[in-house]
Design a protein around this ligand. Sequence first.
Ligand SMILES: [Zn+2]
Length: 260
Amino acid sequence: MPRMLDVSDEVRAEIGDEEAERLLGGDNAPDVYDCTSCRTPGNSERERTSTVLFVGEETAVLAFAHASCIPSQVVPVAEEQLQGAVRSITAGETGGSAAEQSPMQAELGVTSGLVLVGGDVQPALVVEPLGPIARPGSDGPVDVFLELLRAQGFAPVTDVEQAPPPLAGWSVLLAMGRLHAVLQPPAGGAAPQAWWQAHQAMQVADDWRSAVNRAGRVLVYAAPHGAIGAQPREDLLRDAMDRAAATGRLVGASMPLAGT
Ligand SMILES: [Zn+2]
């Protein structure tokens, strides 16, 4: 049975005409799928469905999404992230490209949560290193995490009620309904590179995912080690963010989803 599939020109160029026709004809295409964007079920026989091709250096993964969620497109991702989407990356292994490109020498803890900003519930990520960040090449005790982020364009957050401004070129990679990475602008090549990537694609709550789809962006906050800590509830997370903001220890940026 034919499928109501959108195969964009760029996806077609990657997979070839033959494979595109096979998909459109109903071969090799699932009738039901979990939308790669909002993660709710879709049916390619009954509703318009976008083909989304995640392309790494060596691997490509074809996924499906509601056409109302995202258009058919090619999403370049680092090979490590793509492998992460297919299988779990062994804990303790760091992504080669991220480690080489990034001045971050310590592990980053990332928490997803809904935060009330200006009266609206906003999807947020809060990033906090698991230890102090020393300047690369030094072993000094000074934590330069915020300094490095401000140099990259993150804005100081003095009041959590004000959403931080967008940061050009940065995005959040959510694929197959899981959080894979925070991407930063390419250093020289064409593809964005991971600033942070999950060792293992991170499960996010359904209401967080819906909020992302509604807002079309994620507010990414960062605080130095020890400023936020592990908070078991969103109201406590917000309290900790307010405290960090009040003491000048919070920066943030608004980021779209990768590929949008
Ligand atoms: Zn969807």
